[in-house]
Design a protein around this ligand. Structure first.
Ligand code: SF4
Length: 735
């Protein structure tokens, strides 16, 4: 009998556009054929280094059965590929024309190298010379002019902790991770309203919840195994709503390869789509709230006992006109009522969001509007309820919590004079870190453009491609006297000509580190990943955490022997256990499968973590997107890629090519454009040559792939938390 959740009776959805996961498995086998045994052990024993759902081997804590996806398979090559021929880096000119993918495919960085101003390429140096160059450059700089950036892929909690502690030892708080270009608004919005920045529930809460709302989050692409969670949730009766400007095909239906029924007939994911304007989230959620208030569907008891700020919010919401809410959201009052009715009927609901919410200049306010909605129905702290800023990278959660941010030494200790004194005590760090707040990654690059940064340490990261206005970024990086790139492969940012010196330091992957390492998943689970022997032969690569420590030892041997006495990652875990109360228990994680979920399955059960224990409503203003006549509002999107690492030229979920510009049929018809026709998108910053793809985007808006489209995104437009607004207004011209 045909199930209501099936997509089609055509087996494997052969007549539909969707990823072919079996092909991905074969491709991964082929790509890793020179080290298949090791690749298998990484999959079997390691904690996934892809997104932040978190695994131990190929299992998790949410469902039985296999947990594996194409993202992980495509990332596998990072861990198995052999060393590159480092002589290739002796002349960077031929490398500059290569794409990120071509550079990556050259292999692993193998030896320390340096390039001085005026030199055509890098020269091999010993580790001792490399460490001296780094130490001399840092010593010569005012700590206020030293920046530190840590990527969110592959690094362990121990590496984040070591790096940021060294940075603070040197005297700078300009420390940041790539969490800052994705979820910093979630951190800001959640901390201000409920007192914690982490997801408040567990993935297992999805299964059996009455309603899951996905907002600005394409989980089918970025966290593919969530589709399996949604499959089980729908089997248990959960409804799924999607709030997004694009009718994401992967959220409409998916073929889950490891579930026979779904692999054969597909699974419908969303019960309802709410196709808002780009940036229409706040008016939409205000509209829903207005219906809840007007129909007396809010949870008055919860509001009275557990929250503050409701009267102000209620006055604000009642005062908003439906006309303004409809114009801002792009949906009708009746659409908002449809959502409100289901939301009010749901005994429990979970809201899941990501970059579609955060990467706006009002990203923190977007998050507050989600919190308003959930608090109005008491959807926190109970089973199957919660706030979930789902993280896209395995290091995002732990990186921020281990102090890889400008505003905190470690979780629970924001940067302040008072906390700096606390960290100076012998049972903490024993030295006083700076008490001033540092810059976010984007702000560091803008500061470099003004000539205010002398040293930038980048552990991973590829700013030239990931940040808005790539030319401006390249010029800014070219101003920095000493750039230190600690990484596993080459990328285009390393090839930006030196103002004085560029250092390349080869590092080990998380699976190669002595003593293994831990990561923290979106659901606050700290998971141990063991060292996996048998990796590529890279005798000169060093552990991620060890490299900054070696530089610290060059800078001040005596003090650093005292402050960084670690022999391996177990020593670092023991220290984290001591100084970060939330991570108490991490020292006991020693073997595959060891894990714990800090705070338990749910946070905010009895009280919020704000100073007086209450959740705060926020009477935020409606944002205004001014789109000049004749222009479109352009939003950025991801295809088959992991951050700036592009895995395929065509997104198997949408069928879009990398240069496709997604536009609504009615807009294309108005302009007389046909599918595949060449167009130019243009604004004050530059132009982008693309091709029309008629798709289900909101009329008046366009979508194009990031990072290619960064040439049109303004660099200085940031959310107060420092995250760039990855949207722009553009003209569209036929070629
Ligand atoms: S969904 Fe995420 S955690 Fe799971 S296998 Fe894929 S990349 Fe790894």
């Amino acid at each position: 009998m045909r199930s209501r959740n099936w997509v089609s009776l055509v087996p494997y959805g052969l007549n539909e556009q969707h990823p072919n996961n079996y092909k991905d498995i074969v491709a991964a086998l082929w790509e890793n054929r020179d080290n298949l045994g090791y690749a298998w052990r990484v999959l079997k024993d390691g904690c996934c280094d892809g997104c932040s759902l978190g695994t131990t081997g190929m299992h998790d804590w949410t469902m039985k059965g296999v947990h594996l996806c194409a993202v992980r398979l495509q990332m596998l090559r990072f861990n198995t590929m052999p060393a590159m021929d480092w002589h290739l880096l002796e002349d960077v000119a031929p490398l500059k024309s290569k794409t990120e993918k071509q550079l990556r495919k050259l292999g692993r960085l193998a030896v320390p190298m340096v390039r001085r101003k005026g030199e055509k390429g890098f020269r091999r140096v010993s580790w001792d010379e490399a460490l001296n160059i780094a130490a001399d450059g840092i010593r010569a700089a005012d700590p206020h002019r030293v920046g530190w950036y840590l990527t969110s892929r592959g690094l362990t909690n121990e590496a984040y902790y070591a790096h940021q502690k060294v940075a603070r030892f040197i005297g700078t708080n300009h420390v940041d991770t790539s969490a800052r270009i994705c979820h910093a608004p979630s951190t800001a919005g959640l901390t201000a309203t409920v007192g914690c920045a982490a997801t408040t529930c567990s993935y297992s809460d999805w299964i059996g919840s009455d309603l899951i709302v996905l907002v600005g989050s394409n989980v089918a692409n970025n966290q593919p195994v969530t589709t399996k969670y949604l499959y089980y949730a729908r089997k248990a009766g959960t409804k799924v709503f999607v709030v997004n400007p694009y009718h994401e095909p992967g959220l409409e239906r998916y073929w889950i390869p490891s579930v026979t029924e779904s692999a054969l007939f597909g699974t419908r994911i969303a019960d309802d789509f709410f196709q808002i304007h780009v940036g229409g989230d706040i008016p939409f959620f205000y509209g829903v709230l207005k219906h809840l208030i007007e129909n007396n569907w809010t949870d008055r008891e919860f509001i009275a006992s557990r929250t503050l700020g409701w009267p102000e919010l209620e006055v604000k919401v009642r005062g908003l006109s439906w006309a303004a809410l409809e114009k801002g959201s792009g949906l009708t009052r009746a659409d908002m009522l449809r959502f409100a009715q289901a939301f009010a009927k749901a005994r429990h609901a979970i809201v899941v969001w990501s970059m579609g919410i955060t990467q706006h200049r009002y990203g923190s306010d977007n998050v507050r509007s989600i919190v308003n909605l959930q608090l109005s129905r008491g959807n926190i702290g109970r089973p199957h309820t919660g706030l979930m800023p789902i993280r896209g990278h395995s290091g995002v959660q732990g990186g921020a919590e281990m102090g890889g941010m400008p505003g905190a030494y470690v979780m629970g200790f924001p940067v302040s004079e008072q906390n700096a004194k606390k960290f100076a005590e012998p049972e903490m760090w024993g030295f006083e870190p700076p008490g001033w707040k540092g810059l976010s990654a984007t702000q560091m690059v803008l500061a470099a453009g003004r000539g205010e940064i002398d040293v930038l340490w980048q552990s991973g990261g590829n700013f030239k491609q990931t940040l808005p206005e790539p030319d401006l970024v390249a010029r800014a990086l070219g101003n920095i006297r000493l750039r230190i790139h600690q990484d596993i492969v080459a990328n285009p940012t390393m090839l930006v000509d030196p103002a004085d010196t560029v250092l390349l330091l080869p590092t080990r992957t998380r699976y190669e580190q002595r003593g293994g390492g831990t990561e923290t998943s979106t659901e606050r689970r700290i998971i141990f990943s063991p060292q996996i022997p048998g990796g590529p032969d890279l005798p000169e690569a060093k552990d991620e955490w060890e490299i900054p420590v070696l530089v610290a030892r060059k800078l001040d041997p005596q003090s650093s022997a005292k402050f960084f006495p670690w022999k391996d990652t177990q020593d670092i875990r023991s220290e984290i256990d001591r100084v970060c109360p939330t991570y108490k228990g991490i020292a006991a994680l020693k073997k595959k499968g060891d894990n714990f979920q800090y705070g338990g399955p749910r946070l905010l059960v009895d009280r919020c973590l704000t100073p007086h224990g209450k959740g705060h409503f926020s009477a935020i203003d409606l944002p205004e997107e001014k789109v000049p006549v004749g222009r479109f509002l352009l939003a950025t999107r991801r295809g088959k890629q992991f951050n700036s690492i592009i895995h395929a030229e065509v997104d198997p979920l949408t069928g879009a090519r990398r240069d496709d510009v997604l536009m609504a049929r009615e807009d294309a018809e108005k302009l007389g454009l046909r599918p595949g026709e060449s167009v130019i998108l243009r604004n004050e910053l530059g132009e982008f040559h693309g091709r029309v793809k008629i798709d289900r985007v909101k009329p008046g808006s366009l979508q194009a792939h990031w990072p290619e489209i960064n040439v049109l995104i303004p660099a200085g437009r940031l959310d107060p938390s420092g995250v760039p607004d990855y949207n722009a207004t553009v003209e569209l011209h036929r070629v």
